[in-house]
Design a protein around this ligand. Structure first.
Ligand SMILES: *Cc1c(COP(=O)(O)O)cnc(C)c1O
Length: 471
């Protein structure tokens, strides 16, 4: 019986000749559709053997097209980040400005003067593409003093720290406060990086308090540098003391040692301008006497993944000569995006509109709440009759270690399922949101699914709404 039924299944060739498949063949190519038809037929045979009825040819064709469309989706897919964390490391951190995206496309498509000096036709230096822009930004804050500094760029800030320590502290000691031995998500631990760089970590002070004399007393014949790490994803509160950068710099310089700061995020502008909490800048650290500062390109800076080292000219020159630099350098596409992003800083008045990260960080609570009002009925409809959806105040986080304690007032759509055990329904709803064409990522906490709308750019709202309505 089963054999007879199976014999009625259309052949791959017959399926491929169906008008229903013509569009899909044009979109994806004949070979992928052939593979999908074979796979669908194999799956169907299994079902028929298990007692299922023979599917209609139309249904088979639709299933094959569905397979091909799914297969053609990129693995790296855009999502809606409604987690409430603006710089979400697992969701790719900063969104690039259109200017940066355009520059990346140009650099990717054409040969470009990456390491080629167009003035004299000789070999150039890729760092020279962004160094003058960084120098300009420094000069705006510190004037003539900025002339003492140079910059270089590597793959990310972890690489910047590794490269700096490998260059300056290999086989010697680096002094760090116990209160700053941080672990950043994704297995970046300051002590581990030090070990990999061949530097011996000298921990000073206690978890909550470190004094100037702790630094001074730790300095010996083997000391290579004093280091400060921005405690980026946590805060020690209560009876605490950390030593000011200026004081550490003075102690270091008294002993003829460099002082290095790992800033982590490190914005290049004064956030107070937009009413945002104060975040340390590389300019501040250098002005306070730091000799070398490292920070990320894709955190508050709002650019591509990169690690930027800015510091005294002779230190940067030494770092650039380290063979590891070659292994950690960035490519032309990254440099194109970084250059275009840094250019936006020339016009601070328009920065909050042009830099998506800053635009999202500065969105006002009332606009976000109004957006929640608009979307509430749609989300309620999507979540189903047994759900209760409300608009509630929320506190967004900057994320990626910036300002760990500060929160930004926002608004969230909060979905609950009244009843005893809402867990299963919440998980099912979360799964349905993740299965949308552009998956929606929220956060389940306290028996509710929270969708913080801070990162739903008003320009994307219609698209967000449309995919919730199609069912
Ligand atoms: C984020 C961070 C790093 C790592 O930077 P990546 O760019 O993610 O490599 C290192 N140190 C601190 C203090 C950080 O906040």
């Amino acid at each position: 019986m089963t054999q007879k039924t199976l014999a009625q299944l259309p052949s791959v060739d017959r399926l491929l000749a169906l008008p229903a498949l013509a569009d899909a063949i044009a979109r994806h190519g004949r070979q992928p559709l052939t593979d999908c038809a074979r796979a669908e037929l194999a799956a169907t045979r299994e079902l028929v053997r298990a007692g299922h009825p023979l599917p209609a040819t139309d249904a088979l064709a639709a299933a094959i097209v569905g397979r091909a469309d799914r297969l053609a989706q990129p693995n790296l897919r855009p999502v809606f980040n409604l987690t409430g964390t603006v710089l979400h490391t697992n969701l790719g951190r900063a969104l690039l400005a259109p200017e940066a995206i355009a520059a990346m496309a140009v650099a990717a498509a054409a040969p470009c003067a990456l390491e080629y000096d167009l003035a004299d036709g000789g070999r150039g230096d890729r760092d020279a593409l962004v160094e003058p822009l960084l120098a300009e930004i420094l000069a705006a804050a510190m004037g003539e003093q900025a002339k003492n500094f140079a910059a270089t760029v590597v793959n990310n800030n972890a690489a910047a720290v590794l490269l700096a320590l490998d260059t300056l502290a290999k086989g010697r000691e680096a002094v760090v406060s116990r209160g700053e031995l941080v672990e950043i998500g994704g297995a970046f631990r300051v002590p581990d990086i030090m070990r990999r760089a061949g530097a011996k970590l000298i921990e000073i002070g206690t978890t909550n308090r470190t004094h100037g004399k702790d630094y001074a007393e730790a300095i010996g014949a083997k000391t290579a540098l004093l280091m400060k790490v921005h405690t980026s994803n946590y805060a020690v509160v209560g009876f605490t003391k950390a030593v000011e950068e200026a004081e550490i710099a003075e102690i270091a310089h008294t002993h003829g040692l460099p002082f290095m700061v790992d800033l982590g995020s490190g914005t290049l502008t004064d956030f107070a301008r937009w009413g945002l909490p104060k975040e340390p800048t590389p300019q501040d650290s250098l002005a306070a006497g730091a000799d070398l500062v490292t920070f990320s390109g894709d955190k508050l800076l709002g650019g591509p993944q990169a690690g930027i080292l800015v510091g005294r000219k002779e230190l940067i020159a030494k770092i650039k000569k380290n063979p590891l630099k070659r292994a950690l350098r960035v490519g032309k596409v990254t440099l194109a995006a970084l250059e275009a992003t840094l250019r936006l800083y020339r016009d601070p008045d328009r920065l909050a509109q042009r830099l998506p990260t800053l635009r999202l960080l500065t969105r006002c609570e009332h606009d976000i709440a109004a957006q929640a009002e608009r979307l509430c009925p749609l989300v309620a409809d999507f979540a189903g009759e047994t759900s209760l959806v409300s608009i509630e105040p929320a506190m967004s986080q900057i994320g990626s270690g910036a300002l760990p304690v500060e929160r930004l007032a926002s608004a969230a759509l909060v979905v609950r399922f009244p009843g005893k055990r809402p867990g299963r329904q919440l998980a099912a709803l979360e799964e349905r949101l993740r299965a949308l064409p552009q998956p929606v990522i929220g956060r389940i906490a306290d028996d509710a699914l929270r969708l913080d709308l801070r990162c739903l750019d008003p320009a994307d709202e219609a698209r967000f709404a449309a995919q919730l309505s199609v069912r």
